[in-house]
Design a protein around this ligand. Structure first.
Ligand code: NAD
Length: 450
């Protein structure tokens, strides 16, 4: 099948390369000329495991190429996938500025190229009703007798940054929201070869499923974080509590980790969008609102813990291990690290902050407050520090030995915001490791000679 993908972000590129690998012919277009120039040279301009190799392989096989806009899409394309960004607008709604700009270009393209029949499948996360409006917009540009040349569908995307390629090839399920049997059939053929149950539904239900799924995950995370705070207060261990919760098949083990809260390009914006949309629709989502509220408190909580443990936090040097919103990506969008740095600087003027991330050093520039020193290694960040906060669960941080923490740091105390480290092991070797959801360590007396 001949397909086109609008948007060469993680979702667009992984989808284009993935469908090419399945044997389809794909063109991926983006208005970001630098991004396209880089991709045409065979270089994926962001960190996403496996995507570079997948892209190169399919370019070499002649199944994948790039273009600088929708106008470059060939006229015989059967499916156009919309994967442009839909960030939050200042009110918390999903901004559809890029989406409708792309839709305008698509309308020009459909009108001019007289393509015989095209399905426009929306993968971007959008407010409910967007695929309906898109269809109306595109059909209005065609003479009534030809309006059937275009049909839209909602195929919400659930891939995760850091495992986008794996998620493309091993989806838990495929959602096809369509009003037409032929469109549903065409999209089923497009996905042929992928495992996972196909769920057919209407466009609006498909669009809502995506927002509801992310909101549910956010609620699960915030619930875990609130129980973790309770554990800290009463001296219980959240890791054990989470183990018990997760072993119940009705609950499941995922998204139960306590930590610095959710961030990234999806959960924060999609939860806000659902709340806004639900408010307008007269069905407030109070649980989701509460999850957002709890999430905001996570960075205050760790700042509070620092205050409890350090004599003079404002005169301390603190190392942040990790900046990206999660391991396996360099994405800094709505990363908890940024909220944390802002909170620490607000609460403790004078605190020296250093940060290191294995992947997002470049992405962090311009996002991280200027006062924060970006380091080239964990050792550089930790040397002489009065404390460290583990922000992102990069495996390399789990490999730092107790002796290294002790040798490098002035005071080997670590707040593990992801429960990555073996706190018992580190504590046994003279490193104070304070996990999340474990009893709060109050004022620490260090034996400077130990
Ligand atoms: P992104 O912002 O990284 O990339 C979007 C790309 O679209 C950009 O490169 C931009 O230049 C391009 N673009 C904008 N206007 C265009 C136009 N007129 N024509 C062609 N390209 C255009 O976005 P992303 O992270 O890949 O996400 C895309 C969508 O998928 C969003 O709606 C997002 O919410 C959703 N989603 C993202 C993820 C994720 O993990 N990132 C997962 C599931 C769903």
């Amino acid at each position: 099948m001949k397909i086109a993908v609008a948007g060469a972000g993680v979702v667009g590129l992984a989808s284009a390369a993935g469908f090419a690998e399945l044997g389809h012919t794909a063109i991926c277009v983006d208005i970001d000329k630098e991004k396209i120039a880089s991709l045409q040279r065979g270089v994926v301009p962001y960190y996403e495991p496996g995507l570079q190799e997948l892209t190169l392989r399919n370019m070499a096989a002649g199944r994948m190429r790039f273009g600088t806009g929708i106008h470059e899409i060939p006229a015989d394309t059967e499916v156009v996938i919309m994967a442009v960004g839909t960030p939050s607008d200042p009110d918390g709604d999903l901004s559809l500025t890029a989406f409708w700009a792309a839709a305008d270009e698509l309308a020009d393209w459909i009108e001019k190229c007289a393509c015989p029949a095209v399905v426009v499948a929306v993968k971007s996360t959008v407010p409910v009703g967007t695929a309906d409006s898109l269809e109306e917009k595109l059909r209005m540009r065609l003479p009534p007798s030809e309006s059937g040349r275009v049909d839209t569908a909602s195929v919400p995307e659930f891939m995760r940054e850091g495992s986008a390629v794996k998620d493309f090839f091993e989806p838990a399920r495929l959602i096809i929201g369509s009003a037409s049997a032929q469109t549903a059939e065409r999209l089923t053929s497009l996905h042929a070869g992928l495992p996972g149950r196909v769920i057919f539904t209407d466009r609006r239900s498909a669009e809502l499923s995506k927002l509801a799924a992310n909101a549910f995950l956010a609620v699960k995370i915030s619930f875990s974080n609130e129980v973790a705070v309770l554990c800290e207060q009463i001296g219980a261990d959240y890791n054990d509590v989470a183990g018990v919760l997760g072993s119940d098949p009705r609950i499941g083990p995922h998204f139960l980790g306590a930590g610095l809260g959710f961030g990234g390009s999806c959960l924060p914006k999609d939860t806000r969008a659902l709340v806004r949309f639900a408010e307008r629709s007269g069905a407030p989502q109070t649980l989701v609102e509460a999850a957002i509220h709890v999430n905001r408190q996570r960075t205050e909580r760790i700042a509070h813990k620092l205050e409890e443990a350090l004599d003079n936090p404002g005169a301390s040097t603190i190392a942040l291990l990790g900046l990206a919103f999660k391991a396996g990506t360099d994405d800094m969008r709505e990363a908890p690290s940024v909220r944390l740095m802002e909170e620490l600087m607000r609460r403790f003027p004078g605190m020296e902050l250093r940060a290191y991330d294995p992947a997002s050093t470049e992405a962090a520039r311009g996002i991280v407050p200027g006062q924060v020193r970006i380091c080239r290694s964990a050792e550089e960040a930790l040397r002489g520090a009065d404390g460290a906060i583990l922000v992102t669960e990069w495996p390399e941080f789990g490999k730092i030995r107790a002796i290294d923490f002790r040798n490098w740091m002035k005071r080997p105390i670590i707040w593990d915001g992801r429960n990555l480290l073996d706190a018992d092991e580190l504590n046994a070797h003279g490193v104070r490791c304070i996990g999340t959801g474990r009893p709060i360590l109050r004022r620490i007396a260090f034996d400077e000679n130990s």
